[in-house]
Design a protein around this ligand. Structure first.
Ligand SMILES: Cc1cc2nc3c(=O)[nH]c(=O)nc-3n(C[C@H](O)[C@H](O)[C@H](O)COP(=O)(O)OP(=O)(O)OC[C@H]3O[C@@H](n4cnc5c(N)ncnc54)[C@H](O)[C@@H]3O)c2cc1C
Length: 294
């Protein structure tokens, strides 16, 4: 299928994009890598009157150390994030999850901002952002605001961004020392969206869990943070009984939906299995983790 006719404008700065959105907001869509938007247009699930192309906005493509973490411009290609030595060193969970986003051809075009703004509840990056308490910067006519993943995600493919706003940056905190991370997911074919994915981060002190972070994708309308399971781990030795207890809690509290890809029961089972495996891997990595500096 072909998209319905639309006007096209290529902007060169964020300011220009904001001005275009201010004029046309309700009827316009931002074009980033096009890896989700173009299929949507081709299937005529969206018929915007105007596309505002961000691909020439160089100021939105960067990865840099900032404020005790790593700041990534919205138009940074997913492949650049995957290949970044700074990301691998400081935000290993993001580096772990990146190769699971589609295929490398998709990651060559797809952007980190597009993936976060698209808000697919089966996508990897929103769950990583939720797990690490990433901060998303948004610019609009009223100025700049900063959101957590919890504040950004509303429901299926829907964020709290206004049509006149642009997601400009995402910031991830540097992993504290003695922290291990793991991203695990299960998809029917490599490159497909995950049926279920789990992000885990474990910080150890002596041999007890000082901090635990768990977030899941594919089990709800938005990324799900498993805070109850996290609380169960804190202060305990991370032996198999403790990890299995947390994984069981995740299984009990997640409420996935059945769809053409998997039943709710199967997704719940996967959530438990993958959480246990991700926790074991995160603990093993935490025990070997060197100190991290940005
Ligand atoms: C075959 C296939 C398999 C895929 N598999 C996966 C997968 O396993 N996991 C996964 O996570 N993704 C997957 N994707 C999607 C891919 O990661 C997309 O790149 C991503 O979802 C959207 O990024 P994009 O830069 O292409 O955005 P676009 O497609 O250009 O835009 C997506 C949406 O976000 C909006 N938008 C874009 N940038 C901004 C911004 N800066 N501010 C505000 N709104 C913005 C657009 O207006 C649009 O509504 C797959 C895609 C394909 C085609």
């Amino acid at each position: 299928m072909k998209p319905a006719a639309f006007e096209y404008v290529a902007v060169r700065t964020t300011e220009e994009a904001l001005a275009e959105l201010a004029r046309d907001g309700q009827d316009a869509r931002l074009l980033a890598g096009g890896q989700s938007l173009m299929p949507i247009l081709n299937m005529r699930l969206a018929t915007p009157r105007r596309l505002i192309d961000l691909n020439r906005v160089g100021e939105l493509a960067y990865i840099r150390a900032h404020d005790g973490g790593v700041a990534i411009g919205a138009m940074t290609r997913q492949r650049a994030v995957e290949k970044s030595a700074l990301v691998a060193r400081c935000v290993p969970l993001l580096a772990d999850a990146m190769p699971w986003v589609g295929h490398f051809q998709i990651r060559n075009r797809g952007t980190i901002g597009g993936s976060l703004a698209h808000a697919d509840p089966a996508a990897e990056l929103p769950a990583v952002a939720a797990c690490l308490d990433a901060r998303v910067t948004v610019r609009g006519p009223a100025g700049t605001r900063t959101l957590t993943a919890d504040q950004l995600y509303w429901t299926y493919l829907t964020t709290t961004l206004a049509p006149t706003e642009i997601l400009t940056e995402v910031w991830f905190p540097t992993a504290p020392s003695r922290t291990g991370h793991a991203w695990l997911e299960f998809a029917r074919r490599h490159g497909d969206y995950a049926l279920v994915g789990v992000a885990a981060a474990i910080m150890l002190e002596e041999d007890s869990v000082a901090e635990a972070r768990l977030a899941l994708t594919g089990v709800g309308a938005r990324p799900v943070r498993a805070r109850d399971a996290e609380r169960r781990l804190v202060g305990r030795r991370p032996d198999d009984a403790a990890l299995a207890d947390a994984a069981e809690r995740v299984k009990q509290v997640t409420e996935p939906q059945s769809d053409i890809h998997a039943t709710a029961e199967y997704r719940r089972h996967l959530a438990g299995v993958l959480t246990l495996r991700a926790l074991r891997l995160a603990v093993a990595r935490a025990r070997q983790a060197p100190p991290v500096t940005t």
